[in-house]
Design a binder for this molecule. Structure first.
Ligand code: NAP
Length: 298
């Protein structure tokens, strides 16, 4: 019998990786924005209430424009907080587990060391606050909810730091890259693989099981944006790396203030799921290879 996942989001980085990686034992019904607009809680409730046989619900969609959210708080909250709240309520009514994705941006960055799930959140901006409200709504309304906090997602799809660096390096004589923000770069493919590998277990876990709650899910190792850019060009342009200059966050003022430390501790994932995601540099090699393969076939 295959695992049936109802997924909100069809086009984003995580959503696409889920669809690409689902093996023969998994059936994903992915709902795009055209099918269910997350600003409509009634449509969300209907989609979950009327879905056929379902084992897990995954929310792979979000309002992810961190700076734009400062000017669009209502929209950011609608998609990142009230939509997951509606999902959680509908999942609880059907007895279904809900997997929600959150972010390191719920933290202020003031901690000296990696953040644990038990550390108090203190978001610095609307996006972080809206995602935190989503976490809380989901955990309050659904007793089989897993909220996975992830960080600096990269993939061969969509908008992310890897794609931005490759694009800027084509036009800028000197690449200025922020060197004082640190986090755990994470391949959305590895996140999808984690979810798929734990799908059967999560589908069976009862309310109160230790699988539920907050979980930090990131690739092993931490890096600054500058470290990540260096790794990107070491892999993509080893003989002709662009000139790079490390700069402080203050060199790029943004509407949403960034935390300097967003490193997440993954001890709980290792303890509960007995696994750790591989180092981000290894995941980056795979994504770079995927991008070159795409270029060759284009
Ligand atoms: N990207 C990162 O670096 C990062 C870091 C930490 C946490 N996260 C979290 O990780 C999760 C996955 O992120 P991602 O990078 O895969 O996201 P993404 O590539 O930006 O994709 C976002 C998805 O959400 C959909 N969406 C946005 N507004 C919608 C609406 N009103 N109705 C329906 N669908 C809507 C988009 O659909 P359209 O294509 O139609 O716009 C898109 O499919 C999110 O929860 C995000 O907050 C991401």
């Amino acid at each position: 019998m295959s695992l049936k996942i109802l997924q909100f989001g069809a086009t984003g980085q995580l959503a696409r990786e889920m669809l690409e990686r689902a093996g023969p034992g998994v059936e994903i019904t992915a709902l795009s924005r055209a099918e269910v607009d997350l600003t409509h809680p009634d449509a969300i409730a209907r989609a979950i209430g009327e879905a056929g046989e379902t084992d897990l619900v995954l929310n792979a969609a979000a309002y992810t424009a961190v700076d734009k959210a400062e000017a669009e708080p209502d929209l950011a909250y609608a998609v990142n907080a009230w939509a997951p709240a509606a999902m959680a309520k509908a999942c609880q009514a059907r007895g279904l587990p809900l997997l929600q994705i959150s972010t390191d941006m719920v933290f202020s960055g003031d901690k000296d060391g990696p953040y644990l799930e038990t550390d108090g959140p203190a978001p610095l901006h609307v996006y972080g606050a809206s995602k935190l409200a989503g976490e809380q709504a989901v955990l309050n309304a659904c007793d089989r909810a897993l909220v996975m906090r992830v960080s600096w997602l990269f993939s061969a799809y969509g908008q992310n730091f890897l794609q931005m660096m490759l694009r800027l390096a084509k036009t800028q004589p000197v690449l200025k890259v922020v060197a004082d923000q640190r986090a755990c770069p994470t391949a959305s493919g590895d996140l999808a693989a984690f979810i798929l590998s734990q799908g059967d277990r999560l589908a069976k876990a009862p309310a109160g099981a230790r699988e539920w709650g907050l979980l930090h899910v990131v690739n092993a190792g931490a890096a600054s944006r500058y470290d990540m850019a260096q790794a990107i060009f070491a892999q993509t342009r080893p003989d002709d790396p662009p000139v790079m200059e490390p700069v402080p966050t203050s060199a790029f003022p943004t509407p949403a203030r960034r935390a300097l430390n967003a490193v997440l501790d993954t001890g709980r994932m290792q303890e509960v799921f007995s696994l750790q995601l591989r180092p981000w540099q290894e995941a980056l090699e795979d994504v770079v290879a995927q991008l070159s393969a795409q270029k060759e076939t284009a």
